[in-house]
Structure formats: C-alpha cells, structure tokens
Write a protein that binds this ligand. Structure first.
Ligand SMILES: [Zn+2]
Ligand SMILES: [Zn+2]
Length: 170
C-alpha cells in the first residue's frame, strides 16, 4: 500500500496529499482529499444492472473531501428500485459515473473507486449480496462475506478501520 496518507502527509500551512481521479475522457478531474470511510464490493442485482457488470465497488467518503479540479460533472437524478431517489455525478461527455450523492446523507458521497488514478490502493473490506453474485465471480479467500448486507451499515466502517489499524490499507 504505497498511496500517501493525507493525515500524515499534511504540511503545516500547505495542502494535504490527495488521491486524484478522473473520467474516461479526462474532461472531469477530481481529488479525494481525505481517506475513505470504507470500501466494499456489492453484488446486488441493482448494482449489476447499474454498472452493466458483475459487481459495483463502493467507497464511502466525506462529500467535502471530493474536490473537482477540472470540468463540471453533471448531476443525474432518478428514482432507483423501490422509488428511492438517487443522485449521481457523471461526465457529460464520456458518461463515466464518478460518485453518488445520496439525498438522505448530505455529508456522504459514494465514490466509484475505479475512477481513481490508483484504484489498487484500496481493497474492498467486504463483499455484499453474495446471494446474487454471478456464479463465476471469484471472491478472495479470507474476504468478509455477506449473503445480503450487514444489519448495521456501520459494520463496514468498523471493518475498514480494523484493516487500516492492521496496516493493510491507506
Ligand atoms: Zn469524461
Ligand atoms: Zn448493490
């Protein structure tokens, strides 16, 4: 794990280290300026449909820690499964989804960590909704697994903190 830790890399009077990210075409660039709260993989059918893939990587971050440095991501608003309102930010040119802004959690953003320049720095701490995982999906041995999702979502933050404490994550 070689990514800098903004907490320890902060300079007095200077700026903290940041994890840069961008969309596919480069029209929108951003920086994540604080460590994430958690990162997990979700294999639910909504995430499969939404990404067109086998799973979605989800990274919870403070919304104030996502700083747009180039361009303007558009705001997409729609009702998801069960009529739940969803909002996400995307590049209008290349259609890359960058992060979601859940209306009921104004302080949080759900970053799509594949848009970071170094997504390898962040390994998901848990795999959710394995009940609907595609049959050929390989889950790393030792990964924390949920048939659906944890009853208390804070469990995902606790798992992340434990992994950071064990020096496995930035
Ligand atoms: Zn783009
Ligand atoms: Zn999901």
């Amino acid at each position: 794990m070689s990514a800098p830790d903004p907490a320890s890399a902060a300079q007095p009077g200077g700026t903290a280290a940041a994890w840069p990210g961008h969309c596919l075409c480069g029209h929108v660039r951003y920086e994540l300026t604080a460590p994430p709260l958690t990162c997990y993989a979700c294999h639910c059918t909504d995430c499969q449909r939404r990404t067109g893939g086998a799973m979605r990587l989800v990274m919870w971050v403070h919304r104030s820690a996502v700083q747009v440095t180039l361009g303007t991501p558009v705001l997409l608003e729609f009702d998801g499964a069960g009529g739940r309102p969803r909002r996400s930010r995307a590049c209008a040119r290349c259609d890359t989804r960058l992060w979601a802004e859940p209306p009921n959690q104004p302080e949080l953003a759900m970053l799509f960590p594949g848009t970071l320049e170094n997504p390898r720095a962040f390994e998901p701490v848990a795999h959710l909704w394995l009940r609907s995982a595609l049959p050929w999906t390989l889950i790393p041995p030792g990964a924390v697994r949920y048939d659906t999702q944890p009853e208390d979502p804070h469990e995902l933050i606790r798992l992340w903190r434990a992994a950071r404490a064990a020096d496995r994550l930035p």
